[in-house]
Design a protein around this ligand. Structure first.
Ligand SMILES: [Ca+2]
Ligand SMILES: [Ca+2]
Ligand SMILES: [Ca+2]
Ligand SMILES: [Ca+2]
Length: 404
């Protein structure tokens, strides 16, 4: 090791030793010195008889946050060198000192990217004074992932950790634990909610937790919001920890995270066009009439439509080409050629509909209106009519007979 490298290492060690001893910056920019540490680091997940954890269900928060109210205990840390993000701040009570008369306001200890919060991803949510779940100002809020998806550290979730905890060696490892309220009952400790268990952060490690390759975990079974607790501490906790403990060192940060339901794109059938055949003669019943209409998928991007012509007028003889289709992509249209051999009934107006349906959803259908008008029957090749026409030629005043 050359002198320069030794110098850098010594400098780093000195800074690491001096920083925790010198204190940390709290939210009012006051430096807190060790001698004044009659305050601690707490959580800010909701707790109390009026603290709603999830506005959509009204479930109350029973997370261990407040000293002066139940139903749970609380988490607290002194701090000598382990935290998340750029620092930590110390208070006399949970939720940034506002317990127990609070919720709202929420997230009064750490928010997101506020120099205290260490969460790198996802972008968490909070609950405003109108009790609406919202992203933090300046952020859009991003989901942890989908139900049942594996949350990968560094891709779905990450947090900045800082471990310069002094000890006998002279630095000691820290332990990171993560709890997520998968079943949204307002408490941790249910099976599967302890998603990172006593994960070791080596002495003097400062960086994203993902770089230490913590084990990934499967996202819970419910969509919506879940309160999560990230804790770094000097000692391990028990399995299925409920989030309450007194620690000599470290920090706890609580976040409201979003889990999304997998969205399966849904097709939506649409039709355009109508068919009108005016004044056709029925003297040539095999004179097939043709027309067209369009069938389209105006549904979600990525959706595929299966469709079918299921009904048509009872008059005439109909054929359709094509009469059904599968896998019509969103935004696509297909032209259907309709042919009809008209009924051999003179001087009539026929109307009706062609019905096209989404094969996978009977409530998704559309109608193409059709109309056909036949003229009066002029059966010119019958001997009687030929005779009549000759008669009219000689006696034009009898022309009205031809209109009968
Ligand atoms: Ca905290
Ligand atoms: Ca928080
Ligand atoms: Ca922090
Ligand atoms: Ca729970």
């Amino acid at each position: 090791m050359n002198r320069k490298i030794i110098g850098i290492v010594v400098c780093t060690l000195v800074i690491a030793m001096v920083l925790p001893a010198a204190g940390v910056i709290n939210k009012s920019d006051q430096v807190i010195y060790p001698a004044e540490r009659d305050v601690f680091e707490f959580g800010d997940a909701p707790e109390g008889p009026t603290a709603i954890a999830y506005p959509s269900t009204g479930v109350l928060g029973s997370f261990p946050t407040c000293i002066n109210c139940g139903p749970a205990m609380w988490v607290q840390h002194m701090n000598f060198g382990a935290w998340f993000g750029q620092g930590f701040d110390l208070e006399v009570e949970g939720n940034g000192g506002l317990c127990p008369q609070c919720f709202p306001p929420y997230d009064k200890d750490e928010g997101f990217q506020d120099n205290d919060a260490g969460l790198i991803m996802p972008e968490p949510f909070t609950i405003n004074n109108a009790m609406i779940v919202v992203p933090f100002p300046g952020f859009t809020g991003t989901p942890l992932g989908l139900i049942g998806q594996t949350a990968v550290w560094g891709t779905n979730v990450d947090i900045w950790v800082h471990n310069t905890m002094p000890g006998h060696e002279p630095y000691v490892p820290g332990y990171v634990n993560v709890l997520i309220d998968w079943n949204q009952n307002g408490a941790w400790g249910n099976p599967g909610e302890h998603v990172l268990i006593n994960f070791v952060v080596p002495p003097l490690y400062i960086g994203p937790l993902s770089a230490l390759l913590p084990p990934n975990f499967v996202i819970g079974p419910n969509s919506g919001y879940v309160w999560a607790r990230f804790t770094i501490s000097e000692k391990p906790v028990q399995m299925d920890w409920n989030g309450a403990e007194y620690f000599e060192d470290g920090e706890t940060e609580d976040y409201l995270l979003l889990i999304e339901e997998e969205h399966i794109p849904v097709p939506d059938l649409s039709c355009r066009g109508s068919i009108v055949w005016k004044k056709i003669t029925s003297t040539e019943p095999l004179d097939t009439k043709t027309g067209t209409f369009d069938v389209g998928n105006v549904g979600d991007p990525g959706s595929l439509l299966n469709w079918q012509v299921i009904a048509w007028p009872s008059w005439g003889t109909w054929t359709f080409s094509p009469s059904s289709g599968t896998g019509l992509t969103a935004g696509s249209w297909i032209t259907v050629n309709a042919t009809c051999v008209p009924p051999n009934q003179p001087n009539q107006q026929f109307t009706g509909n062609i019905t096209v349906t989404n094969t996978n959803d009977a409530t998704d259908f559309c109608l193409i209106s059709v109309s056909l008008k036949t003229v009066k029957n002029k059966v010119i090749n019958t001997p009687f009519l030929m005779l009549l026409e000759k008669l009219v030629d000689q006696f034009p005043s009898l022309k009205w007979l031809l209109n009968l």
